[in-house]
Design a protein around this ligand. Sequence first.
Ligand code: FMN
Length: 378
Amino acid sequence: MHLILHDLSPEQARRHLPAQSETVRWFDAAPSVKPCTGCYGCWTTAPAGECVIPDRGQEFCHLLAQAGKLTIVSRCYYGGFSPDVKAVIDRHIGYMLPYFHAYEGEMHHVPRYERRIELAWHLYGDISEAERETTRRYAAANERNFHAASHTVAFYDCASATPGAEERPHAAPASPPVSRVAFINGSPRGDSGVSTKLLKLLEAKLPGIEIVHGWRAGTACDAFVFAFPLYVDGIPSNLLRELAAHENDMPPGARVYALVNNGFYEGTQNATAIAILRNWSARAGLAWGQGLGVGAGEILQQASLMAMAPFVARGSMKRFDRAMDTLAGHILAGDGGEDLYHTPDMPPRWGYMLGGDLSFRLAGKKNGLSKREMKRRL
Ligand SMILES: Cc1cc2nc3c(=O)[nH]c(=O)nc-3n(C[C@H](O)[C@H](O)[C@H](O)COP(=O)(O)O)c2cc1C
């Protein structure tokens, strides 16, 4: 079956998409499905493989399970999808198993289904060259993440009156001294997430700076720091929606910094999400500061691992601390720097993957799921 996820109007869909049939199914991203909450219920509660949020997003998981090809037709936002399309995408991680392995040199999830899907991305709008480049890298990352058979990317130029349409000229960034910095936490897990921990660590490195939280508080700020998790190689839909909503009302002259963490081991996997935020900054007329991608972010949540870190992972912790110092230094200086990526070396990748497998298995067991039920196919 060929599944087409799209954000076209009914009229545009009729005009541009192959007609629905037994072998072609459309999934309209509107009305919006709820954003993923990061609960992992799709892996650890019955029926495994299906999102636990009771709305149309569940149907998408079932359709995808039957699909040999997934076409995504979306307005391009900053080199990625529209918030409505991204909300659907974030809800289908149950398509993979919770377990981990090394795949094409990176840590990834083990597939739930044998069939290797073909991916085709069709992005439309007024798309800048930087956004095209981001999209190409994003799609290639997605092919690896979902063990897809192939991916293709096509762009369709069309003028647009919606956000994401124009790049605004950069206002000159605020000159030092930097005195007020806004923290925007884009994690759906809120205060219990890794992003909150990272922001606390960063705050401790910004003495004398007034830190304010949230978009509204940020109206008179010298800098914005966005902390968020990597979701399906991109920005979580809840944050993407907020970025689009605020694109045209950002204070001119502020700089943008990113603190992105991911569940897989390699910090470099955060590169596309950082690029998407950088493209948003260009649209919003803001200057780019620096991005820091933190691999194996979940380690920071594990009190027992953190307690051992000074003894067994001192080198790794020092490197991480230095990267945070560099980011803080640029924020304080009101300037920018090359994006940085941190990948730990302790625990080793195999140990981190084993620990992850075990914690998902235990969470499933606690909910009464057998090993077989966790691997169930929809
Ligand atoms: C819907 C969803 C998609 C995710 N996609 C990725 C991914 O593509 N790559 C990755 O390394 N981690 C991925 N993760 C893992 C999160 O990035 C990781 O758990 C992170 O530490 C969560 O940070 P937070 O607590 O700040 O929300 C995903 C998690 C969820 C819930």
